[in-house]
Design a protein around this ligand. Structure first.
Ligand code: UDP
Length: 240
């Protein structure tokens, strides 16, 4: 394994569910601290790292809207919920001694900075982990879309999409023991076969911007660093 990171700048997407750990809802502090130490280890390699955090552990707009809440209101609630996760992650990261900034697409000036692209780039250049909160700031989108958008905006070379399984399969490996894992896929194959990597809007943007996505298992300790160091883990989604 080479000592140098394989990427200069990368964006890590953590789902809200990952924060939930063994809980029914909310933030499992043991998991939070584990992710923070993994991220700290990666930041120490010198890679410029941005993180987008979801909110499925707290609130998902689309679910609430199915139960009768106005979709736009529900999505704003989902975006606000991401801020909770981001503030928690910032705290855990700073306890490891890793300088971190939270930049939010919805302004909450008492809590974090507003999202300003140039500011985000400056923080990254200074070696701070940048956490993007509140998704894209727009309803009807997801935090996967926010990951694709921010990665494109800041010129990240890769999106590391952390999940609960060790890559992309042709069917659900939890229910089908014969499911086959893909080593490599194109964005177009993901779209055509409706594979569950990211939502179609997010994958389309990655395809247009030639942004590779590495899908890997976050629950295996050390995987974020392996992905950053260029080790062959999970599934790689590439343009060609
Ligand atoms: N959300 C939104 N716009 C965005 C990003 C997120 O409206 O740009 C809302 C949406 O309601 C979503 C919720 O925030 O359900 C939480 O995000 P997501 O479901 O992507 O979280 P994850 O699945 O990664 O935990």
């Amino acid at each position: 394994m080479s000592e140098e990171p394989a990427f200069k700048r990368a964006l890590l997407k953590l789902s809200g569910e990952a924060f939930q750990g063994g809980l029914e809802f909310g933030i499992d502090l043991t998991m939070l601290n584990r992710f923070a130490s993994e991220i700290a280890e990666v930041a120490a390699t010198g890679v410029e790292l941005a993180v987008v955090v979801g909110a499925g552990n707290i609130f998902r707009g689309v679910n609430a809207s199915k139960q009768g809440l106005d979709r736009v209101a529900a999505d704003y609630m989902g975006m606000l919920a991401t801020i909770l996760n981001c503030v928690a992650l910032q705290d855990a990261l700073e306890k490891t001694g890793t300088p971190t900034r939270v930049l939010s697409a919805i302004e909450v000036p008492q809590i974090c900075e507003p999202y300003i692209r140039r500011r985000a780039m400056r923080h990254l250049e200074k070696g701070r982990v940048v956490i993007f909160a509140a998704g894209t700031g727009n309803p009807y989108f997801s935090t996967d879309m926010a990951a694709a958008l921010r990665a494109a905006e800041i010129g990240a070379e890769v999106i590391l999409k952390a999940t609960k399984v060790d890559g992309v399969y042709d069917s659900d490996p939890v229910t089908n023991p014969g499911a086959v894992k893909y080593e490599r896929l194109t964005h177009m194959e993901v779209l055509r076969n409706n594979l569950r990597v990211m939502d179609a809007t997010a994958i389309s943007l990655c395809m247009d911007e030639d942004l590779p996505v590495i899908v890997f298992n976050l629950l295996e300790t050390g995987n974020v660093k392996k992905a950053i160091m260029g080790e062959n883990i999970g599934t790689r989604v590439v343009v060609e």
